[in-house]
Design a protein around this ligand. Structure first.
Ligand code: 0WD
Ligand code: CA
Length: 366
């Protein structure tokens, strides 16, 4: 990759960095949308569910054979978030799209947690269009096939995560009330169904527009969207039985914290299960207190602090914005100077890749 002439390399910051980090602006909602069981999108909250604590003793294997999984061969790119922005514009909202980075929250989670990621590298594509930079995962077929292979070995663990979601939620529209369902079951798992929130935020001076899935809200079933402050993220974990498992969980809390913090979700509920998939207990974490909780653990070296993460996120996005935005084909035109019949010149495609323990490289691909 270093053979590309226009390549820029950004090393990881030292983990001991003390310089105050750029601030992350409190996210505000631009729009919400729902993926229905057939994966179609509706610009409302029909797929929103309400939190209700899962019963202790719930069997997270329940319903495995009836699960319906989303077809992951369909690459949706940034469709959901772009569709939502178009919907907002059609309703008369102005300027939501202009400026900064438009992407999935999951992409920002990856960039932000990279300083502590020792194993998994990634590649993302960045394209400037009409004043904004669109960022998505670069997912070539071989990488995808490899991931699919790994995922299949985790299929059961993954299912238990979805099953915990069902046991922890009440759907907006109550099902047919099948008497055979176990206590607390919110309905069979269909991973096509998602409720997404699109938010505006910023890291330092860089505006962000992020779309992400939200698991449920803490509100009386039937109430309309009660706001980001009521959103809840659900996670499952194996019950912690020794120091090593506890250390691994504390490391995982970095990803849980970053993921929820980025979208403005104030609460993470973790369900702890045994080896057989039985829910043994659950614990609530307030997102903003997770870094302090980690800092309070008696240890010579804390497993992580937010500081290098925020610095690295800003540095990567700054590198992307300053290089990619000037290649916006729309910037060569003033409003009205484009004949709607004409095609715009092709956009310039950029890529940036993360090499674990080293840093991030940005280069032009065409
Ligand atoms: O670039 C792409 N092709 C990606 C698209 C990568 C990641 C997500 N997506 C799509 C998803 O299909 C969804 O519509 O973006 C939307 C959600 O984005 P996100 O919230 O930014 O995703 P992330 O924060 O990585 O994950 C949130 C949840 C996961 O829950 P847990 O608790 O395990 O973090 O989204 C789900 C998953 O339940 N999820 C997915 N569902 C279907 N297909 C996928 C996926 N590829 N990735 C995450
Ligand atoms: Ca979740």
């Amino acid at each position: 990759m270093s053979s590309f002439k226009t390549s820029h390399f950004l090393p990881l910051p030292p983990l001991s960095l003390r310089t105050p980090p750029p601030s992350y602006r409190k996210p505000t909602i631009i729009s919400t949308y729902s993926h229905l069981p057939d994966r179609s999108i509706q610009h409302d909250d029909s797929s929103m569910t309400y939190y209700r604590a899962a019963p202790i003793g719930a069997d997270l294997n329940y319903g495995f054979d009836r699960r319906i999984e989303r077809d992951e061969d369909l690459d949706e790119h940034l469709d959901g978030v772009c569709d939502a922005l178009r919907h907002v514009e059609e309703k008369g909202g102005k300027g939501e799209r202009k400026g900064g980075i438009i992407t999935w929250r999951g992409m920002i989670t990856r960039i932000m947690t990279a300083p502590y990621e020792d194993r998994e590298g990634w590649e993302m594509t960045a394209i400037a269009l009409d004043g904004s930079v669109y960022v998505e995962l670069h997912d070539p077929p071989d990488v995808r096939a490899n991931r699919r292979k790994q995922q299949s070995t985790w299929a059961w663990q993954t299912y238990m995560g979805y099953s915990f979601e069902s046991f922890s939620t009440v759907p907006a529209e109550a099902g047919t009330g099948d008497k055979d369902f176990p206590e607390g079951w919110g309905g069979d798992v269909n991973t096509n169904v998602q409720w997404c929130n699109v938010v505006r935020s910023a890291i330092g001076d860089i505006p962000l527009c992020l779309g992400g899935e939200v698991d449920c809200v803490r509100a009386e079933p039937g109430t309309s969207h009660p706001g980001l402050e009521s959103c809840v993220e659900l996670k499952t974990n194996k019950v912690i039985e020794n120091e090593k498992q506890e250390f691994i969980f504390h490391k995982k809390l970095l990803k849980h914290w970053a993921q929820s913090w980025l979208l403005g979700i104030p609460e993470v509920q973790v369900g702890f299960r045994d080896d057989h998939g039985i829910l043994l207990n659950q614990r609530r974490f307030e997102t903003e207190k997770i870094p302090r909780f980690i800092a309070s653990i008696p240890s010579a070296h804390p497993p992580w602090t937010p500081n290098p993460c925020l610095h690295f996120l800003h540095a990567v996005l700054n590198l992307v914005i300053t290089n990619v935005l000037p290649t916006d084909p729309c910037s060569r035109y003033t409003p009205g100077s484009i004949n709607p019949e004409d095609d715009l010149p092709p956009a310039t495609i950029w890529r940036f890749s993360f090499i674990p323990r080293r840093g991030c490289e940005l280069y032009k691909v065409g």
